[in-house]
Design a protein around this ligand. Structure first.
Ligand SMILES: Cc1ncc(COP(=O)(O)O)c(C=O)c1O
Length: 485
């Protein structure tokens, strides 16, 4: 009778090749495990580094009813300067070339607070010139409040009410343009503008995703259906047959660079490595598209007055793309949790978190602290990265089983963290703009660090106490003005 041993045919020879493969697989697994662990530790360290002393936060929040949202104005202004400098440096380095000097269009939906938008327009002048608005209603709101005078809506509109707002703004003299993707969009826009004296400006969005097999594989966000330069040529030809509208520009959004994190602490080694490769390939792909688009416009006899690209996550590559006349960013000014240490290309910029919220402890149990509210989770694919993170006291851990709740949010608390009801827990939201949908106001503060004790500084700061901190002003969000756009 044959033995089971023989059935499964166990090799009784030593194969160096198999041994080598096993060793490589084992080593790779080990490296990948170690890398993921290291990455999580680094992320925790960054959070810790960003976590200001809890007693400071207690002072900042002590006179404000919680839950409440907070903006660190020093960090906001510093981020603004850093991002503007990226564009300014690029312009300076290209001053003697034929490249157009780039301007900046601020993404207002990533800020959603008029005071902060005005501050960016003022401090970022003359480079920040235009606003990229979420919707026609948002552009109208800003315009009627005297904020900005050059609006671009980057998402096509088919809704007749929103189209009529564009019509009214255009007729009243506002500088406003709309992104379109198709003949359907051109038709509706042209019909709406039936009685205008000057044609309404139109921007064509060209898709920058990397596609194979007729889109079966699509790396990037699903935005514009204009995937090829031939398709761009076609729509430019068709656009000339429409009355009362005129194509004046193009837009590309590098979703596979701006929206793809390659240092995601939750993704692991393999996924981050793939994201890094996709980002590199996508940046090169977009650069080529950008360089080609002006030629297509010229060949079709359409003047390219405006060519927009951007997103904070891609700023370092977007700014170098030939042909673009302007770049857009918004989120980077507030540097929300999704951006902190999660984009390899942003690390050198050294942006600082500027947007926070504080929720009050409502109850405690042995090893646990539960806060009132907290469920300010960001949009997009549902993942852990869209949840807020605790900043201070560092060490509180959200529970995966419950997540961030509408009514209450529990945290596992190490023994050294002693909190009682009413104490604030400081968190950072995953995205920068959406948090303003939950709060009527943002409490803007500065941490004042006493400068070196020179005689000159003694006079200048004689009324300021060491490490004083103060709410400088409380400003209304769009929601505070009674709007959601
Ligand atoms: C077309 C376009 N450009 C730029 C941005 C702004 O990007 P961020 O706020 O990440 O800087 C957005 C936001 O989604 C966008 O849709």
């Amino acid at each position: 009778m044959e033995t089971r041993h023989n059935e499964i045919n166990v090799p009784n020879e030593f194969f160096p090749l198999e041994f080598a493969a096993l060793t490589i697989a084992f080593t790779l697994t080990l490296i990948s495990y170690r890398y993921s662990k290291l990455q999580k530790e680094m992320h925790a360290l960054t959070i810790k580094k960003n976590a200001e002393d809890y007693t400071r936060w207690k002072k900042i929040t002590s006179d404000i009813p919680l839950p409440a949202a907070f903006v660190d104005l020093d960090a906001y202004e510093e981020n603004l300067k850093k991002l503007v400098t990226v564009v300014a440096n690029h312009n300076a380095n290209n001053a003697t070339t034929s490249e157009p000097q780039k301007t900046i269009r601020l993404a207002t939906k990533s800020i959603r607070t008029p005071y902060l938008i005005k501050k960016a327009l003022k401090m970022g002048a003359p480079l920040i010139q235009g606003l990229m608005c979420y919707s026609a209603e948002e552009a109208q709101f800003l315009w009627t409040h005297g904020i900005g005078n050059d609006f671009l809506i980057p998402y096509p509109i088919g809704d007749k009410f929103a189209l009529s707002i564009l019509h009214d703004m255009h007729v009243s003299g506002a500088k406003i343009s709309l992104v379109v993707h198709s003949v359907d969009h051109l038709t509706k826009l042209s019909d709406t503008m039936h009685d205008v004296m000057t044609p309404f400006p139109v921007i064509i969005e060209v898709d920058t995703s990397i596609r194979f097999w007729d889109g079966y594989i699509h790396l990037g966000a699903r935005r514009s259906p204009i995937h090829t330069l031939d398709q761009l040529r076609q729509i430019l030809k068709v656009s000339k047959t429409f009355k009362n509208i005129q194509v004046i520009g193009a837009m590309v959004y590098e979703s596979a660079v701006a929206g793809l994190r390659d240092n995601d602490p939750y993704a692991g080694f393999m996924m981050n490595s793939i994201a890094w490769i996709v980002r590199k390939a996508s940046a090169a792909h977009t650069a080529k598209i950008c360089a080609d688009i002006p030629t297509i416009f010229a060949e079709e006899g359409v003047k390219l007055n405006l060519f927009n690209g951007g997103g904070t996550g891609s700023i370092s590559t977007t700014v170098g793309n030939k042909g673009l006349t302007e770049v857009t960013f918004g989120s980077g000014l507030l540097d929300p949790a999704l951006f902190v240490n999660q984009y390899s290309n942003l690390n050198t910029l050294g942006l600082k978190p500027a947007i926070y919220f504080a929720i009050p402890v409502c109850t405690t149990d042995k090893g646990y602290v539960t806060c009132f509210q907290g469920g300010y989770v960001a949009s997009g694919n549902i993942s852990k990265a869209k949840q807020p993170i605790v900043i201070s006291p560092a060490g509180l851990n959200n529970l995966d089983s419950e997540g961030w709740g509408e009514a209450t949010t529990p945290f596992a608390a190490p023994e050294n963290i002693k909190l009682t009801s009413g104490d604030p827990v400081i968190c950072q939201p995953a995205k920068s703009g959406e948090i303003s949908e939950f709060f009527n106001t943002l409490n803007c503060f500065r941490f004042f660090k006493h400068p070196a004790n020179t005689p000159e500084n003694q006079v200048k700061n004689k009324n300021k106490k060491e490490d004083q901190q103060a709410i400088e002003r409380i400003v209304k969000t769009y929601r505070g003005y009674g709007h959601r756009f």
